[in-house]
Ligand binder design. Structure first.
Ligand code: NAD
Length: 249
């Protein structure tokens, strides 16, 4: 019960990695505030309440600064604090070589995947500076440290998340705020559901993966809980690949 009497904010927890992480935090005693634009977030809240935990959600498009600021303010008011934040909301864009990429897709994914992390960190850090610090984990991707063909906007946005994470780690560590990023490889979620329907793709991915499989969302959650806890008190500015060895090749 590492999170008894703690409040954790999570963006993008209607499904996938965010939902699994919200449940894991709640199981360890945290009150969980979720920001999402998908009403599926209500199901995450219900699941947490059914196991005796505390959670709430608020509609929030993380690409909108004022909505994101309102989310952080609501979290602090409702649950009396903000001890840790997991900035996880994200989207994929259609595959295309860069010269065929719709500029609107580039703008959109940068606004959500990078801008959303910027907006959330800006509000969270402002609050944490005034209230004794905290821990932040951002969801980047293996696409934040290496590239995949046909994914220029997503890769650019995830590299930006790594840059935002490292810069905040330098700027705020002495103010008691640790900032780290996780870089998952392939995880079975709503975002990647179509990929798992494509037997050729998935067979070839498993063949090339050192561990020979994809991750389940719960396998990502554990690292987030660790990074937000006092066990990780000296971990700051880390960019942690969680990819079954994909980037070790
Ligand atoms: P998912 O689609 O299950 O979850 C994404 C969540 O973000 C959903 O709850 C969605 O409603 C929310 N969201 C999307 N746009 C939003 C916005 N503008 N404002 C607020 N919420 C928004 O997918 P997932 O795989 O769990 O993705 C979570 C994070 O993990 C994303 O940042 C994704 O890029 C990253 N990631 C996923 C994988 C993978 O293989 N699934 C790998 C590496 C990184």
């Amino acid at each position: 019960m590492r999170y008894t009497d703690k409040t954790v904010l999570i963006t993008g927890a209607a499904t996938g990695i965010g939902r699994a992480t919200a449940s894991a935090f709640a199981r360890e005693g945290a009150a969980v505030m979720i920001g999402d634009l998908d009403e599926g977030a209500a199901q995450t809240v219900t699941a947490i309440e059914e196991m005796g935990g505390r959670a709430a959600w608020r509609h929030c498009d993380v690409s909108d600064l004022s909505e994101t600021e309102a989310l952080i303010a609501d979290c602090a008011t409702r649950f009396g604090g903000l001890h840790a934040a997991f900035n996880n909301a994200g989207i994929l864009t259609p595959f295309a070589p860069l010269h065929d990429t719709d500029p609107a897709d580039y703008t959109h994914v940068m606004a959500v995947n990078a801008g959303g992390v910027f907006n959330a960190m800006r509000a969270e850090i402002s609050w944490m500076i005034e209230h004794g610090g905290g821990a932040i984990v951002n969801t980047a991707s293996v696409g934040g440290v290496i590239a995949n063909p046909g994914m220029a906007p997503y890769i650019a946005a995830k590299h930006a998340v790594v840059g935002l994470t490292r810069t905040a780690a330098l700027d705020y560590a002495r103010l008691g705020i640790r900032t780290n990023a996780i870089c998952p490889g392939l995880v079975r979620t709503a975002m990647t559901a179509d990929w798992f329907e494509d037997a050729t793709f998935i067979d070839s991915f498993y063949e090339s993966s050192p561990i020979g499989r994809a991750a389940e969302p719960a396998e990502i959650a554990g690292m987030v809980l660790h990074l937000c806890s006092d066990e990780a008190s000296f971990t700051n500015g880390a960019v942690i690949t969680m990819d079954g060895g994909q980037t070790a090749i």
